[in-house]
Write a protein that binds this ligand. Structure first.
Ligand code: ADP
Ligand code: MG
Ligand code: MG
Length: 546
């Protein structure tokens, strides 16, 4: 074995053993005690001043931020007037994640306990027409059975419980966690492992947050290369968008910081490699995926696109290479460097962006476009997943970009004989040249697309809750990335000096912790439970006693 190969083997084994720490208990064992000790709640006196400035909008604090929500729910169960509403909320959460076969029974229990006027837990804030509808509908195991009730619940809690929460010790505890969340996290908090891939501005490495043991991917962007190649705008867009979206189908950003030489994005680690690698490099005699496997990935991609589009973001660079697998075999969209966000009041954008062979006709024709372009790239991606070649290329053919463009604009896709009718129908609907007629995002969702016959066997509720078992589970001992010496090295960038404007940009980029993923990390790794200690018999713990 040559030295390069040996280096990869050693790096892989160090990294594979650290990865064992995905299991929470093992993660606790892998923590660095010195850094874990730095994660401590301050005494409330030290952070009380933040009470007025901390993010305390109801939807953000009590619903979307996991620690805020947890503490708010604790408050509800501590207070007799709100206890039933709090229990109702948790039961509705459970309804959304129980198996389909248990749904009717769960719904029945919820109806008896909260929708019945003679029950002691009757929720009088529910509107009569909603109650009637749920009672009529509950046998249909719909995933949105309680959506309306939940909205009424939250409206009720905002009006009646938010004030009480904000004058309770649970809010002080929230303030303590927000203080901790705001502490600077720098390079030295992360232990670096092997390189996972190479991007345009630097390498992506596996890394581990020392204080919690959680593994992440660190995408490093070399400051000099960024400046020389005018990459500032695109990395800022990527960072801003990643920090804004929170979906199990898109990589999430947990930290953004800087070192002397790099800007760093610390994101969900996707250990399973990308779809392109799985289609072409895992089993060379058997390229591409079965339709069942492709339908699973395609469905998860649709959920990711739907989330982006609900946040007015156009992805523009969907292709198998940008869809990454995690340890369990679920996929997420990554690489949002070409994405754009439509500002309020503006419903279209312009501009040539994407990958040849994937870009939609309206974009290639330099027309104004919006989310429709992402469903064209989805059609190309789906086709390629099954055919193991793009719809506008012949396998092995060397072809000019201009010829590919011509084909996208005027040739209908031609399907291999193995494609099922359902698959052809879906590909046709997605690769429809007229964006008005294309399947996609309508009325703020992808309902028509999800109801296509190709997905007949798929349980969308389960899939959206992350409960559907993936068709393929990556081998935990494998590293689905190129060998270290095949990743390639960057040449050093010469002749770049930084000025005050550059530093201003770096500081704006390095905004630190992103609240929701940070709070998830604290909860998942057990650190939240270790820190969130309450006194006995209703007494306040010392750190909250003023
Ligand atoms: P660029 O925008 O410069 O193309 P990417 O975001 O595509 O950079 O990242 C470069 C490579 O790093 C990817 O092709 C992939 O191999 C790897 N990579 C990126 N993000 C992750 C991640 N979250 N987990 C694991 N590997 C990743
Ligand atoms: Mg990339
Ligand atoms: Mg990119």
């Amino acid at each position: 074995m040559d030295i390069g190969g040996l280096e990869t083997v050693v790096a892989n084994s160090v990294y594979v053993s650290a990865r064992g720490s995905l299991d929470v208990l093992a993660a606790a064992a892998m923590r660095d005690k010195k850094y874990r000790a730095k994660l401590n709640l301050p005494h409330i006196r030290e952070c009380e001043h933040m009470k007025a400035t901390v993010d305390s909008a109801f939807d953000s604090m009590c619903v979307r931020q996991p620690i805020g929500r947890w503490l708010f729910q604790q408050f509800l169960s501590s207070d007799l007037t709100h206890r039933a509403a709090g229990e109702f909320w948790k039961d509705v959460e459970d309804y959304n994640t129980v198996l389909e076969k248990d749904r009717v029974q769960k719904a029945q229990k919820i109806i008896n306990q909260y929708f019945d006027i003679s029950s002691k837990d009757f929720c009088s804030f529910l509107e009569e027409k909603t109650v009637v509808r749920v009672k009529e509908d509950y046998r249909n195991t719909r995933s949105d059975l309680f959506t309306e009730s939940e909205q009424q619940l939250l409206k009720h809690l905002e009006a009646s419980a938010l004030g009480g929460f904000k004058s309770s010790p649970y809010f002080l505890r929230y303030v303590q966690f927000k203080w901790l969340e705001g502490q600077a996290v720098t390079e030295d908090w992360f232990m670096e492992f092997r390189v996972l891939g190479k991007g345009g501005f630097g390498e992506v490495h596996a890394c581990q947050m020392k204080a919690t043991g959680k593994m992440y991917a660190n995408k490093k962007l070399n400051k000099k290369r960024l400046k020389k190649r005018k990459g500032y705008d695109s990395v800022m867009v990527e960072k801003r968008i990643l920090a804004k979206v929170h979906s199990r189908f898109i990589v999430s950003l947990a930290y953004a910081f800087q070192t002397k030489s790099d800007l760093c994005l610390v994101m969900t680690i996707m250990n399973g490699g990308d779809l392109r690698y799985h289609m072409y490099n895992v089993d060379e005699k058997n390229l591409g995926f079965s339709e069942v496997r492709a339908s699973f990935y395609c469905a998860q991609i649709i959920c990711g696109l739907e989330h982006l589009h609900q946040h007015r973001i156009i992805y523009r660079d969907l292709k198998p290479e940008n869809v990454l697998l995690d340890d369990a075999g679920h996929v997420r969209l990554s690489d949002l460097g070409l994405a754009v966000e439509l500002p309020p009041g503006k419903d279209k954008t312009k501009g040539y962006a994407g990958t040849p062979g994937f870009m939609a006709p309206e974009l290639l024709q330099d027309k104004e476009y919006n989310y429709t372009v992402d469903y064209f790239t989805l059609g190309v991606t789906l086709y390629e997943m099954v055919a193991a070649k793009g719809p506008f290329r012949v396998r092995g053919e060397q072809v000019d970009i201009s010829e590919v463009t011509r084909r996208i604009l005027s040739d209908p896709p031609c399907y291999p004989p193995t494609f099922s009718n359902e698959l052809k129908q879906l590909c046709d609907g997605l690769m429809e040249k007229d964006p008005e007629k294309r399947l996609g995002f309508k009325n703020n969702q992808c309902l028509e697309l999800k109801n296509q016959p190709f997905f007949r066997e798929l349980n969308w509720g389960q899939l959206e809750a992350g409960l559907l078992p993936p068709p393929f589970v990556p081998d935990p001992r494998m590293v689905y990335a190129k060998n270290i010496d095949d990743v390639g090295v960057f040449s050093t960038v010469k002749g770049v000096v930084y000025d005050a404007k550059d530093n201003e940009f770096y500081n704006e980029f390095a905004s630190g912790t992103i609240p929701i993923p940070w709070q998830e990390e604290m909860i998942e790794t057990g650190v939240f439970a270790e820190l969130n200690v309450w006194g006995d018999n209703g007494k306040l713990p010392n750190d909250l006693d003023l």
